[in-house]
Design a protein around this ligand. Structure first.
Ligand code: SF4
Ligand code: SF4
Length: 204
């Protein structure tokens, strides 16, 4: 029936409105900030950069490929690639972001940066209390502010983080097996040097 969905929605709202006067179960709001509701696992606010190990700078998964910067619809990511390289999550030498800024005043929480990242390096945070009276500098987050540990990622998105860890471990095992096979493979024989050609009579 045309409009059935709207009627169902209105009925649900009316039920919650009337029910909230008699039943705590129907109260869908809390008295924030004194009371808080823990965010559900799928909550997404602004992106953060994941790092592995104890040291944020050395452990950043980001390899500064700049795909997220290109794909971000409002262009609120700014990256500068390093000149040197460091090992990534699977031990391969990679560039890293010498600079990685996100202007969260422009970010629209679309998660496209997360979807396009091939390195599981950027994820969506659940932190929303970011208000500041500094409209520009206060909302331009640099790589140090954006860096959060893999343990934090597990804390806010446990299911997703466990899947990512399993995938990265599998990729690392494959890369190690490939490197081992390459090292064990017989080296191609070096061809013997040809004897020098005899000079032809009459040649200078
Ligand atoms: S969530 Fe969307 S808008 Fe925000 S940084 Fe990522 S791609 Fe850009
Ligand atoms: S966050 Fe991911 S997509 Fe963005 S630059 Fe780093 S590795 Fe590339």
């Amino acid at each position: 029936m045309l409009g059935e969905g709207i009627l169902k929605g209105l009925a649900e709202t009316a039920k919650n409105f009337a029910g909230s006067f008699v039943s705590a179960e129907r109260l869908t709001t809390v008295e924030y900030p004194e009371q808080r509701i823990a965010p559900i696992e799928a909550t997404r606010v602004f992106p953060f950069l994941v790092y592995d190990g104890p040291e944020w700078e050395a452990g950043l998964r980001c390899v500064a490929c700049q795909i997220c910067e290109k794909e971000c619809p409002p262009k609120c990511i700014y990256i500068e690639k390093s000149k040197d390289k460091k090992p990534d999550a699977v031990g391969k030498q990679q560039f890293y972001p010498a600079k990685f800024d996100i202007d969260v005043s422009v970010c629209m929480s679309c998660q496209i940066c997360v979807e396009v990242c091939p390195f599981e390096a950027i994820k969506m945070d659940t932190e929303f209390e970011l208000s500041t009276d500094d409209r520009f500098g206060g909302l331009l987050h640099d790589r140090k502010q954006l860096a959060k540990s893999n343990e934090y990622y597990h804390h806010i998105h446990p299911t997703e983080a466990a899947e990512v860890d399993a995938r990265l471990a599998e990729e690392k095992a494959k890369a190690e097996a490939k490197a081992k096979a390459a090292a064990a493979a017989p080296k191609p024989a070096v061809p013997a040097a040809k004897p020098a050609a005899k000079p032809v009579e009459g040649e200078a």
